[in-house]
Design a protein around this ligand. Structure first.
Ligand SMILES: Cc1ncc(COP(=O)(O)O)c(C=O)c1O
Length: 410
């Protein structure tokens, strides 16, 4: 039997999200309905479901509809026409399936994989379960959660098969800037190492201007053949309930190999999901949808920042640049709090849900005292959740145990 680590963050979410009064742990921009989506669309007369009423519900297009893959192809090829042909895109059941299929396809025993850290546990636990040796390429808080290219060079081995990044990064909300991506591509190119970017939080850039020279494009924009990305409609597009994601690559070989694995697990993604995702990402809708979510993230981040500024005696952070999550460090007199107990007490006492960093992102060892806050929920939920947290900080924070000593550098 394959040995697979417990997926800590998903188990935590599953345990608490249905009972939380204020779900400030969710990583999706506040979810929307099909009615909301139609409101956002410039084509108000079109209902993505109408055409489906009389459509026979076959498996549909096996790799995903031409419409959806064509729309995605255009999105990836805005600056370089034809960069990612639609045949180089596979539609999957969310980014989680896209990631799994990709790793299952590319990684095996004897391979060495380098993975950005901290990040979504799937990205390093799955390669490990497939028999690969995994080295963590650590972004450090002291360095604004940036990655060090010299460190990457020291991690590369003759059998390094894959380098994995998560951009924007969950849980920190940091971005990997353009120059770092460029250097990464150059290093990978020297040894023909495949680069894989989980870009599920693209293009939710709310704290960096698109005019900034370091604004990160998709990894595919660098034109490196051995590169592959995953994405989905869950986070930046508020449509997690569709379960639609994708794998896109410049390499036909990678796509065909993934398609083969996908045949064994997926056959196709539901026609209804595909049609609604196509509607959401079409030019008539995508701009308003992203505008709504970037404004939501900006508004809510300002509210969270205000809270942090007024609680500097207990918490600290590097303000996120993108995505939906912030990694906030809670301490008492310089010592990290027990983040698991803190989250449990907060949930039980006030119904406020956060995710404990050490359990869900640090394998029980790193990131003690950190909690991940999902701040792109409905603004009212965040406001009320932070109000409840404020009360907790006044009345109950004294009871939260502190851990012995803070680690100097994660
Ligand atoms: C980095 C990252 N990748 C992938 C996923 C899976 O997203 P989905 O399957 O909803 O597209 C998540 C969900 O939290 C995530 O944070």
């Amino acid at each position: 039997m394959v040995k697979l680590e417990t997926f800590a963050v998903e188990q935590w979410m599953d345990k608490y999200e249905t009972t939380a009064k204020y779900n400030t742990a969710e990583t999706c921009c506040a979810s929307i309905s099909i009615d909301d989506l139609r409101e956002l669309s410039e084509d108000k007369d079109v209902n993505p479901l109408t055409a489906l009423q009389s459509t026979k519900l076959t498996y549909g297009a096996i790799r995903g509809s031409d419409k959806l893959r064509g729309t995605l192809s255009n999105l990836y090829s805005v600056k370089t026409p034809g960069l990612v042909p639609k045949d180089n895109i596979l539609i999957t059941g969310g980014a989680i399936q896209a990631n799994f299929l990709l790793l299952y396809t590319l990684v095996g025993p004897g391979d060495h994989v380098i993975c950005h850290y901290p990040t979504y546990q799937q990205l390093y636990s799955v390669p490990e379960s497939l028999g690969a040796e995994v080295s963590l390429w650590k972004s450090k808080e002291a360095n604004d959660w940036q990655l060090d290219i010299e460190e990457l060079k020291s991690l590369i081995r003759p059998n390094t098969k894959l380098i994995i990044i998560n951009n924007p990064q969950n849980p920190t909300g940091a971005i990997i800037p353009r120059d770092t991506l460029q250097s990464l591509v150059e290093i990978a190119r020297e040894s023909s190492i495949t680069l894989f970017a989980d870009e599920v939080y693209r293009p939710l850039f709310h704290n960096i201007s698109p005019m900034d020279s370091q604004f990160p494009p998709s990894l595919l924009s660098f034109g490196y053949e051995h590169s592959v990305v995953t994405g989905s409609v869950s986070k930046a597009y508020s449509l997690a309930g569709l379960r639609v994601g994708w794998i896109a690559s410049l390499s036909e070989t990678i796509i065909e190999a993934c398609a083969n694995s996908r045949d064994y697990t997926t056959i196709s993604v539901g026609q209804i999901d595909d049609a609604v995702a196509s509607f959401a990402l079409a030019p008539e809708c995508i701009h308003n949808l992203l505008k709504r979510n970037i404004e939501l993230a900006r508004t809510n981040l300002a509210i969270l920042e205000k809270f942090i500024e007024s609680h500097r005696w207990a918490c600290d952070w590097i303000k996120p640049r993108a995505g939906t999550t912030a990694f906030v460090r809670f301490n008492k007199m310089g010592k990290p709090v027990n983040d698991v107990v803190f989250c449990e007490m907060l949930q039980e006492g006030k119904g406020v849900m956060f995710v404990p960093g050490s359990l869900c992102f640090g394998g029980g060892e790193d990131f003690k005292g950190y909690v991940r806050v999902g701040y792109a929920c409905e603004t009212e939920v965040l406001e009320k959740g932070l109000e409840a947290l404020r009360e907790f900080m006044e009345d109950d924070y004294d009871e939260v145990p502190a851990l012995k000593k803070a680690k100097a550098a994660q």
